[in-house]
Design a protein around this ligand. Structure first.
Ligand code: GDP
Length: 668
């Protein structure tokens, strides 16, 4: 299956993070409203004020931030004229309160450079402030911030309680490191070593996190290795990890992703415990790992530094116990504490829609104690906790700090990284959830974008030379010209860029309609969507790329161009197995006892079932077992148990041809 172009995703995350951060606008002296016209649509400092504030960002972005913004330096009349609003305000309402005509207010907005507004528009508080100041009025936004609302809804005192009743809590650990250095194996080993014989199914439940006892107390592991998940969580504002285990293969040493992991952990100010893995292998050079890590600033304790190193093998288990102890030791140094008596709060680790149970979210409790029956708000989902399952799949009634539990009872599936709070009333939870939901829907970021790239890809991959159509909107004519020529020059023999339209000004509904018709991507340079343009783009799945640096634009578009080139899929036969015996497992599942006759069989690989040379079925291997244990791979000459994903009609003597597909990306 061709993947949706990978290139576009990180860019978006990056954009989101960027735009979510406050520009320096808040501290800057106010630009007089008179200056708006020339640079509408967000100057360099114009970060959006809040997630939902995109409608009239053309003006809003230059206005002071709602909290802590510099006072508006406008001419004040001797007696202050104040309009109180709660969040957004209708243009007509604002006009009426100022005793002005709606038409006048509309004209004023337009003269300030705002497009896409009409008499029925709702204005963001910042926009309202600016336009009101033109009429000699001051706008005071008395809407309660979500934060205050949350605190009230939890029944907490605004401040104070935090330091009381703090008790030690277990550390939460993420495993990071270079690909193939053994992150997954290590997590698997640790998880399995916890399962005592006779426990239900013999396997811990996958809920995205699990807790492990050590001689120094329990340790919680997040079950998604790698720094992508880690940094995505952070990008959403969730700090979940207390300690990073950096896995470095002793036979490979420090690799690019090792360094990247170090950077990520440092950026998050999370201490690192090093696991020098694969110590069982011939050619293991643990000293080399120490030396190379010292070079990036992780100096082992025994060399006078302060990083704990542990040699281990995720396969034989050697040293893993010691590693866990070191982690617990590091945790002691951190003196991690939480209050377990307050209403719980935490973060969503992962979530899915289960056919039988409905939305199931794994919540890592970070503070307080979560109880069955609690009213939970998780991102824009809410509900009463109907049941909770621990990492062993057992029902549980309470979960304290650092404990992961799968929660059943939410009305919707939240996203990983979403904040979780226990509130006093379901109604309150519903209201906050709905207002978040509303805001999300208005946000420029949209999952549709991916669909749109896929669409484009599908539509365009027919011709010989693919074409990426672009609409460029920028703040000044110079940028329009510079971008047009830079983007035209990106054309290659395989992919051509065509500028459908390029102009100065905010991104309007007209631009989006053009993009829909031309199947184009809209590039905004120092401008933002105005009026209903953002909502329309979201609805129609039109991609809007907002940038502030020309290099970023070309980089982004180049990657989109690469994304258009469907990766070539190369299939590689990796092994064969013969079905020797069949075991029925319940009504629907059949395990084929097989002998690997050639090469290797891997879990999740593709299998072709051949009967007397004829192809009977093709699909994925859903489970691979060696005796009773799950195996990643089984080599030639060994027995194994294979379950196929959706095929149970194997017979003895069937031959399974097992292959892997590799994606080879095309370059421009
Ligand atoms: P990840 O990409 O970091 O998650 O790495 P994996 O856990 O998938 O491991 C990559 C490969 O290294 C697999 O074939 C593992 O069986 C193997 N491996 C992992 N840890 C060890 C180890 O300690 N010793 C040996 N000999 N092999 C290991």
């Amino acid at each position: 299956m061709p993947q949706p172009p990978r290139s576009t995703t990180p860019r978006r995350v990056q954009y989101d993070a960027k735009s979510g951060s406050a520009g320096p606008a808040g501290n800057r002296p106010r630009t007089g409203p008179g200056m708006m016209g020339g640079r509408m649509g967000g100057g360099p400092g114009g970060g959006p004020q809040r997630g939902g504030a995109m409608r009239h960002r053309g003006i809003g972005s230059l206005s002071p931030r709602r909290t802590g913004g510099a006072p508006v330096t406008q001419e004040r009349s001797a007696h202050k004229k104040i309009v109180k609003i709660e969040g957004t305000v209708g243009l007509q309402t604002l006009a009426a309160r100022m005793g002005a005509k709606a038409g006048e207010v509309l004209m004023k907005l337009m003269s300030l450079g705002m497009t896409g507004v009409n008499i029925n528009s709702n204005l963001e508080p910042d926009t309202a402030k600016i336009v009101a100041s033109e009429f000699g009025w001051e706008v005071e936004d008395v809407a309660v911030s979500e934060e205050d609302r949350l605190v009230a809804a939890q029944g907490l005192e605004p401040k104070g309680e935090e330091d009381e009743g703090l008790e030690p809590r277990p550390p939460v650990v993420t495993v990071m490191g270079h690909v193939d250095h053994g992150k997954t194996s290590l997590l698997d080993y640790i998880r399995k070593s916890q399962v005592t014989e006779g426990e239900a199914g013999g396997i811990t439940q996958h809920i995205g996190a699990y807790s492990v006892p050590t001689s120094r107390g329990p340790v919680t592991f997040l079950d998604t290795p790698g720094h992508a998940a880690f940094s995505q969580m952070r990008a959403r504002g969730a700090q979940t990890t207390d300690i990073v285990i950096l896995v470095v293969a002793a036979d490979d040493g420090v690799m690019p992703q090792t360094k990247e992991a170090v950077t990520h952990a440092r950026a998050a100010k999370v201490p690192i415990v090093v696991a020098v893995n694969k110590i069982d292998k011939e050619g293991a050079q643990p000293e080399r790992v120490r030396r190379e890590l010292s070079e990036v600033g992780l100096v082992p304790e025994e060399w006078g530094g302060d990083t704990l190193f542990c040699e281990c093998s995720a396969i034989t288990g050697q040293g893993v116990e010691k590693l866990l102890e070191n982690v617990a030791l590091q945790a002691e140094i951190l003196e991690l504490r939480a209050n377990r008596t307050r209403p719980a709060s935490g973060v969503v680790i992962e979530a899915k829609l289960d056919r039988g149970q409905g939305p199931v979210a794994t919540v890592l409790v970070q503070s307080g104690t979560l109880q069955r029956g609690d009213v939970l708000l998780a991102g824009s989902a809410y509900g009463k906790v109907r049941a909770m399952l621990d990492d062993r799949g057992k029902n549980t009634d309470v979960a304290g700090p650092s404990v992961p539990v799968a929660v059943i009872g939410l009305n919707d599936v939240p996203a990983a990284g979403d904040p979780v709070h226990v509130l006093k009333s379901l109604k309150e939870a519903q209201e906050i959830a709905e207002s978040r939901h509303h805001r999300e829907r208005r946000s420029v970021m949209s999952a549709h974008k991916k669909v749109s790239m896929e669409e484009l890809q599908r539509k365009m991959s027919q011709g010989d030379q693919l074409e990426l159509k672009l609409i460029i909107k920028a703040d000044v004519q110079g940028s329009v010209e510079a971008l047009s020529s830079a983007l035209t020059e990106l054309s290659t023999a395989k992919v051509k860029t065509t500028i459908v339209h390029a102009a100065v000004g905010a991104i309007t509904e007209g631009d989006i309609n053009l993009a829909i018709a031309a199947k184009a991507i809209v590039v905004g340079f120092n401008v933002r969507p105005a009026g209903k343009a953002g909502a329309l783009a979201q609805k129609e799945g039109i991609e809007i790329r907002l940038h502030r640096i020309i290099y970023d634009v070309t980089d982004d578009i180049r990657r989109s161009m690469e994304g258009l080139l469907a990766p070539t899929l190369v299939e590689r036969l990796i092994g064969k197995a013969e079905v020797r015996q069949l075991f029925k497992l319940g009504k629907t599942s059949v395990i084929a006892g097989c002998m690997v006759t050639e090469g290797v069989v891997k879990r999740n690989a593709v299998a072709r079932v051949l009967r007397a040379g004829d192809l009977v079925w093709q699909g994925r291997i859903s489970s691979l077992k060696r005796f009773k244990d799950d195996a990643r791979e089984v080599k030639e000459g060994f027995d194994c148990g294979i379950t196929l994903d959706g095929f149970t009609a194997m017979v003895e003597g069937d031959v399974l041809e097992v292959s892997e597909t590799e994606e080879v990306r095309q370059t421009l």
